[in-house]
Design a protein around this ligand. Structure first.
Ligand code: ATP
Ligand code: MG
Length: 329
């Protein structure tokens, strides 16, 4: 057994991404835990998601990270411990955890990250600003940039941050992400077709039908519960319904980006306008996102090829490169 192991961890609202340095692998699992009778762990990660929305009344399926922040320290610790065990975290002298933490956090929210993983005194916990990890993965010269904007569009949050000469000068978390798009889709299906669908079905509609540019002219059959009769019923949902539903929240993100650009000092803004805006996160996978953001903001958009893995890929680079360690606290 090795003496010491190191892991990079991005605790997302939807998925936990873990980089294992000794195995040089990245895993992603749903950030969920299923608990029976309030104290018995039934399943963690993807296994817990399998039970989600199908759980009996004595089983609760909990997402311990909400809106991009730790909402429940105990359950986050349980998820993390179980997932680390899956990645073979046993080491004689404990392990080092490099945790990515959002830039826009209050001191109280920040403390939750310090508490995580500290239950075992042998472990060492390091903090890396999420924006900095994203910037490393995006290849941005953090110390020298005169203004770089990074937008991370996740599952329950979109974080807009600006870096200038080695510091995150401003950062804001919006409560818009993939989950809010799913909820919008479920609400729209209920309004148009009098049909109740769950988060899973809404998510499937988003994955198969969402687009932001040219109409993909497709449709999907779904099964839901009729609002009046309470009986199961089928419906065909076309792609343009999904398109119209997701437009408003994505436009809101664009407005916030512009609001940011208008309020930062001109020399920083010029540099951002020169370079383009860097975009990462799972929600940026929606087809034509790059085109749409460019249309709405009038700025060049540079989409990360890593999407939702951008932050954890940044952690991987930071952990493996001594000169990048200055970004670790
Ligand atoms: N192809 C796709 N089309 C649309 N949405 C997608 C696609 N792939 C992933 N997503 C969405 O991306 C989100 C997950 O992204 P990500 O892993 O960056 O979020 P997170 O880090 O868990 O959340 P947060 O950063 O808000 O805490 C989910 O809402 C998922 O539905
Ligand atoms: Mg994230």
């Amino acid at each position: 057994m090795p003496l010491h192991k190191a892991f990079g961890v991005d605790l997302g609202s939807s998925a936990v991404k873990i980089y294992s340095q000794h195995q040089d692998t990245i895993i992603a699992e749903k950030n969920m835990i299923a608990i029976r009778n309030q104290d018995q762990i039934l399943a963690v990660g993807n296994d817990a998601y399998e039970i989600f929305e199908k759980n009996p009344s004595n089983v609760s399926v909990i997402s311990p990270v909400l809106g991009g922040k730790i909402a429940d320290i105990n359950h986050t610790e349980m998820v993390l411990k179980a997932l680390l065990e899956k990645t073979d975290a046993q080491a004689l002298l404990g392990y080092s955890l490099y945790l990515a933490i959002p830039s826009d956090l209050s001191e109280i929210d920040r403390r939750a990250y310090y508490t995580i993983g500290n239950s075992n005194r042998k472990n060492k916990i390091y903090m890396v600003d999420k924006t900095i990890a994203d910037a490393v993965a995006l290849g941005i010269p953090i110390l020298h940039t005169k203004g770089t904007m990074i937008v991370n569009m996740g599952a329950q949050s979109t974080e807009i941050s600006v870096i200038e000469q080695g510091r995150v000068v401003v950062s804001k978390m919006l409560d818009i992400g993939g989950k809010q798009l799913n909820e919008g889709i479920a609400n729209e299906v209920r309004r148009r077709y009098n049909l109740h669908i769950g988060n899973r079905t809404a998510r499937r509609l988003k994955f198969s039908l969402a687009y932001l540019g040219e109409d993909i002219m497709e449709a999907r059959k779904i099964v839901g519960v009729d609002s009046l009769s309470g009986l199961p019923r089928e419906e065909i949902v076309p792609s343009d319904v999904i398109h119209e539903t997701i437009l408003a929240p994505v436009r809101k993100i664009c407005e916030e980006i512009q609001f940011f650009l208008e309020r930062i000092p001109p020399q920083i803004r010029h540099n951002i306008e020169d370079q383009g805006i860097f975009v990462a996160g799972g929600t940026s996978r929606i087809p034509d996102m790059e085109w749409f953001l460019k249309q709405e903001t009038g700025q060049k958009i540079r989409l990360s090829d890593y999407f939702e893995f951008c932050t954890v890929c940044g952690l991987k680079e930071i952990m493996g490169n001594r000169t990048l360690r200055k970004w670790v606290r």
